[in-house]
Design a binder for this molecule. Structure first.
Ligand code: GDP
Length: 304
């Protein structure tokens, strides 16, 4: 239910657009597909994904000899789920990869303002509710207010934050945080990182340094690198996300602010362009406005 109401804006774009189309067309022809293409592009599904979907639909329409636009509507959801799942050939877990043998370390990367701090707070809350102990690391030492903001979330959720002063070396903060997490026998350490994107080489170096410190202290860490993307920034956000995923290897996406956009199709574009699974979606500003992502639930939520 929460998922559905969070997707209300996107659902309107998709369902209204499609219903209107289906009401105006009596049979499925080239014009119908052209208009359908427009509806999907407006919803930010992304050109490549739209092309792929249209091709699949045309094939299916021919194969099943579909004449009625209503029947195409039914096939769309099915095909979208298929495209989503088929974007990579390997089986992927949508769950967090938690270390069964002790400390799990999760890095959060992404541009300032996308909702990185908020997502760390929400995931800390979720993990605590699952009975896990959590610690936060204030690794964004550059942006003014980033440390304080993480502390506000720490207090709200009831978890400690390991920090140093503004301007300190992020790798030193991470070292401290890992030591603290080990000493306290914490289950999960959630690490904030810098979100400035002025220079890819610098970003790459900083993230690599942070990763090296972590990997030295805990074998196989980080266990997840979650890239946070703001759904309301559409194709722009997607190109920033590409820069990040080129700077460091990313294991999952947290897509924030889906409640604030009518263009939820961006999930499909992200999937197809970045080849990384969306693991969580943000559907509001509050602590429990975060949901694990399920492709079927999402696609059927858009059309239901
Ligand atoms: P950061 O700079 O990446 O750490 O971004 P913040 O966590 O400070 O978030 C920026 C703004 O986006 C804040 O006002 C948050 O409340 C808001 N925000 C974060 N996630 C969501 C979401 O899923 N939905 C909505 N509506 N707002 C969000």
């Amino acid at each position: 239910e929460k998922f559905k109401s969070g997707l209300a804006k996107s659902r309107n774009t998709f369902t209204d657009g499609l219903n209107d189309l289906v009401a105006r067309y009596r049979k499925v022809d080239e014009d119908f597909f052209e208009e359908l293409e427009e509806v999907l592009i407006m919803a930010d599904v992304g050109v490549n994904t739209v092309m792929e979907l249209i091709d699949e639909l045309k094939f299916e329409v021919k194969r099943k000899n579909i004449q009625d636009p209503k029947q195409v509507q039914e096939v769309i959801s099915e095909k979208l789920v298929e495209i989503y799942k088929g974007a990579t050939d390997k089986e992927e877990s949508l769950e967090l990869n938690l270390n069964p043998n002790g400390l799990t370390i999760i890095l959060f990367v992404g541009v300032n303002g996308v909702g990185k701090t908020t997502s760390i707070g929400k995931i800390a809350h979720m993990l605590k509710q699952e009975g896990k102990s959590v610690l936060l690391a204030a690794g964004d030492t550059f942006r003014a207010g980033a440390i304080e903001q993480l502390e506000v979330w720490g207090e709200r959720v009831g978890v400690d934050v390991i920090k140093q002063g503004a301007g300190s070396d992020p790798a030193a903060v991470m070292y401290d945080a890992v030591q603290a997490a080990k000493a306290r026998k914490v289950d999960v350490l959630l690490c904030d990182t810098a979100g400035r994107l002025q220079n890819k080489v610098n970003l790459m170096k900083e993230l690599e340094k942070v990763r090296n410190v972590i990997a030295r202290e805990v074998p196989d860490a980080p266990h997840e690198v979650l890239l946070v993307i703001d759904a309301t920034t559409g194709q722009n956000g997607l190109s920033q996300a590409k820069t990040f995923s080129e700077a460091t290897s990313v294991s999952g996406i947290v897509l924030t602010k889906l409640d604030g956009t009518a263009k939820g199709g961006i999930v499909l574009a992200i999937r197809n362009e970045l080849k990384v699974p969306v693991k969580f979606v943000g559907l509001g500003e509050k602590m429990d406005d975060l949901q694990p992502f399920q492709p079927e639930q999402f696609v059927y939520g858009l059309f239901g």
